[in-house]
Design a protein around this ligand. Sequence first.
Ligand code: NAG
Ligand code: NAG
Ligand code: NAG
Ligand code: NAG
Length: 205
Amino acid sequence: MHSTFLFLYFLCTIGVLCENSNISSTDGQYLFDFTKNDDVYDWQEQSDTVRSVGMSKAVFVLHQNTQFRRAIFFALLNPQLNGAGFAGIRSLGYHDLSNFTKLQIMCRGQGQFNGFKIVLRHKGLNDEPNYSFEQYFQAPKDEFAVRSLPFSEFKAYYRGKRVNNNETLDTSQITSIGIQMYGGVYQPVKQKGPATLEVDWIRAL
Ligand SMILES: *[C@@H]1O[C@H](CO)[C@@H](O)[C@H](O)[C@H]1NC(C)=O
Ligand SMILES: *[C@@H]1O[C@H](CO)[C@@H](O)[C@H](O)[C@H]1NC(C)=O
Ligand SMILES: *[C@@H]1O[C@H](CO)[C@@H](O)[C@H](O)[C@H]1NC(C)=O
Ligand SMILES: *[C@@H]1O[C@H](CO)[C@@H](O)[C@H](O)[C@H]1NC(C)=O
């Protein structure tokens, strides 16, 4: 009896049996877990069609069958000749992420391009002319994988252009989280056409 207990305790300490015992501290905080119950209805489109020259489109939908559940971001980018154009979605809501150092997204990109960015806003300054805090990433193409985006690498932008100031993201008052596909007007790589980003979850770690 005693040795059985010791053996189970051993398996537990090396994480074989009790891998969920400390899940909250090792897994961080799930902001959106589309594999579980989170839905897409509170996400709104933020694409360039608000301007007369804008012609891009984004939708965010739930995708599920009996085996899986996730969300898909569909984007069609029709940028202007200089690359100006964007298609995105966002979720408004207050998050205090000051205990965490990075955002992680479990995803896969398919389509003509796989450059995306995460767009954060803070302190309720959710609309222009206030800056957004953005970080670019390349989505994994074949298998789902985690992309880690340190909060320290989110930089201030205004309409896609880097703002040269010293304002830093206040992670204790995140009020908007967005995903965007960009034309790349101020970037070396220009993107256009259709692309998808399948998303299992987004969490802070
Ligand atoms: C859980 O993990 C964290 C960090 O790895 C550690 O500081 C904490 O003591 C652990 N808590 C328990 C109950 O094991
Ligand atoms: C941050 O971590 C501390 C210590 O674990 C905890 O007391 C506090 O509630 C956490 N803050 C938030 C916003 O989760
Ligand atoms: C944006 O910033 C301006 C000042 O720069 C402020 O007056 C305005 O209320 C802010 N609005 C939103 C919704 O972010
Ligand atoms: C940013 O900070 C540096 C050093 O602290 C300072 O020299 C510079 O003037 C600041 N720039 C702005 C736009 O505030």
